[in-house]
Design a protein around this ligand. Structure first.
Ligand code: SAM
Ligand code: SF4
Ligand code: SF4
Length: 270
């Protein structure tokens, strides 16, 4: 079988977070799951890429990457290795100084999550964060990105609380970013929504998610306490895990519309 190499390698550098967003399952993480990945591990993962396999490195998972003390170092290391880097962020801690350092380190993309057009809606969704601070940081980032090679993406989780503001949000941020991306709310919080999504997904072929403890899982939605561990990066090289019999079996099954539990939980209609 031909070796499969993901285009995006997602590394969960931290599971710590400074917010408590109502649609996010981060709140269900047990305290023992809150930690940072040692920088040596990030380095070890990046060192496994080579001239034939140059994935974009997304320094994200369940947590807020701007809390990771070695974020700038990680971005710089990706750049040194000729790899694109990005991370999803709530943007609250992205000060001018940190943004300057990240841009200088060679960050390819800021991926800012902004889900409300008004303070009321934003703060009711992104609990613990301050709307004005995030707005200020995002506009500041846009100003810096326009003068550099770093791209600015705005992410929006659309849900019933913000759907009335969607047009305003899209109109404003489409003019103040390189791209406005919409994520439909996933039913992370049981009972919040009854919506399920298409079963068309290419994650098994294009993306790889490494959790903070080194476990490789099915995708970013596969998180503690019940997740499928497909290997651990401290024991097995990345591409060996990605091409292991268990990963290949998932791929074959996926093509036959036989899905792992996590897909039924979030994306696939039974
Ligand atoms: C889990 S967060 C981690 C990164 C960072 N803390 C942030 O908020 O962007 C990664 C992405 O998942 C999105 N997300 C969180 N809960 C979601 C949900 N229930 N449905 C869809 N996307 C969600 C967030 O908006 C964010 O863009
Ligand atoms: S969406 Fe991001 S900022 Fe909000 S709780 Fe989840 S990890 Fe934290
Ligand atoms: S849960 Fe399954 S279908 Fe949904 S994103 Fe993950 S791999 Fe794809």
């Amino acid at each position: 079988m031909k070796k499969v190499t993901p285009n995006i390698l997602k590394i969960e550098v931290t599971t710590r977070c400074n917010a408590n967003c109502i649609f996010c399952s981060h709140r269900f993480l047990n305290k023992k799951h809150l930690k940072d990945m040692p920088f040596d591990t990030v380095k070890m993962l990046i060192d496994q890429t080579n001239w034939r396999w140059k994935p974009e490195i997304q320094l994200s998972g369940f947590g807020e990457p701007t809390l990771y003390p070695d974020l700038v170092k990680a971005v710089r290391y990706c750049h040194k290795k000729g790899l694109k880097s990005s991370f999803n962020t709530n943007g609250f801690l992205l000060t001018r100084d940190l943004m300057d350092q990240l841009i200088k380190a060679g960050l390819s993309q800021f991926r800012f999550a902004i889900d409300g057009y008004s303070k009321k809606t934003y703060e009711s969704l992104r609990r613990g964060l301050n709307f004005e601070t995030v707005l200020y940081n995002a506009l500041d980032a846009w100003g810096l990105c326009r003068k550099s090679k770093t791209r600015m993406i705005i992410l929006n989780v659309i849900c019933k609380e913000n759907e009335n503001e969607f047009i305003l949000l899209k109109d404003f941020w489409s003019r103040h970013s390189h791209k406005f991306e919409v994520n439909q709310e996933m039913p992370f919080v049981q009972g919040r929504v009854e919506q399920f999504y298409s079963d068309i997904c290419d994650h098994f072929w294009t993306q790889m998610q490494v959790r903070v403890n080194g476990d490789v899982v099915i995708c970013c939605l596969d998180f503690p306490p019940n997740y499928t561990k497909l290997g651990n990066v401290y024991e097995t090289p990345l591409l060996e895990i990605y091409n292991s019999p268990s990963f290949n079996k998932l791929r074959l099954n996926f093509k036959k519309s036989i899905y792992p539990d996590v897909c039924y939980r979030y994306c696939v209609r039974k």
